[in-house]
Design a protein around this ligand. Structure first.
Ligand SMILES: Nc1ncnc2c1ncn2[C@@H]1O[C@H](COP(=O)(O)OP(=O)(O)OP(=O)(O)O)[C@@H](O)[C@H]1O
Ligand SMILES: O=C(O)c1ccc[n+]([C@@H]2O[C@H](COP(=O)([O-])O)[C@@H](O)[C@H]2O)c1
Length: 195
């Protein structure tokens, strides 16, 4: 499951857990994006913070892991590269890529989309406020799944922190504490020291 995860929240985690169970997947790999090129006009928290929050949020689930492939690759993040890297690391694995309804509706704008259909099955999941549809997509490569509705977005979490509202129970406890420790989502916050 790829995402900017800025921050990771319970909507992501429920989606991953549901798909893992529904499809009987051995593992769900969370892949934080390096440079989300379609979010180029918005400020994105440094990748190491997003990666570490994803590790904290997923640590307790033995079926969840986190991959650095997208944050360690230079340049804009393309899912085609993500799938190639994951395939290289797990040559025998059958790959599934989990997306929310909003991301699935944009998938035809992704770079090299025609090559992606052969590399993975795409699992589109319901998300409140978005229509889940496979219109225009190859039906045999896209599976649609209804999951429990979690009306949570990273945008809303960031806005809440910025305005002093709590994000308890929207994101895992460790992520609340991480956001507080590094003072993320407040003006001038979120620098990671290189020394
Ligand atoms: N509440 C949710 N329910 C189902 N899927 C979700 C939910 N939130 C995010 N997703 C899916 O998770 C993936 C990663 O999402 P992303 O990290 O961009 O989170 P976001 O909440 O959409 O962020 P932002 O508000 O910053 O755009 C996408 O495929 C997205 O559709
Ligand atoms: O490959 C692309 O061109 C592409 C364009 C936009 C988004 N994606 C991927 O879709 C996933 C969700 O992205 P986002 O921006 O909604 O967090 C994440 O893994 C992104 O790398 C991929």
């Amino acid at each position: 499951m790829g995402g900017t995860f800025d921050p990771i929240h319970h909507g992501h985690l429920v989606a991953a857990s549901e798909v893992q169970t529904l499809l009987g997947l051995d593992e769900v790999v969370f892949v934080p994006t390096g440079q989300p090129w379609q979010k180029a006009n918005q400020r994105v928290t440094p990748a190491e913070h997003r990666y570490l929050m994803t590790v904290i949020a997923t640590a307790s689930n033995p079926r969840f892991s986190v991959s650095r492939v997208d944050i360690d690759r230079e340049g804009p993040t393309y899912t085609l590269d993500t799938l190639k890297d994951l395939q290289r690391q797990r040559p025998d694995a059958e790959l599934f890529f989990i997306t929310g309804a909003d991301a699935l509706s944009q998938i035809l704008s992704w770079r090299g989309v025609d090559q992606m259909w052969d590399m993975a099955q795409f699992i589109g999941v319901t998300r409140p406020g978005h229509l889940l549809s496979d219109a225009g997509l190859p039906r045999e490569r896209v599976i649609l799944k209804e999951i429990p509705a979690m009306a949570i977005s990273s945008t809303d979490c960031r806005r809440r922190v910025q305005s002093g509202q709590p994000v308890w129970y929207l994101v895992p406890d460790g992520v609340v504490q991480y956001i507080g420790k590094y003072n993320l989502y407040r003006p001038g916050a979120g620098e990671i020291r290189e020394d």
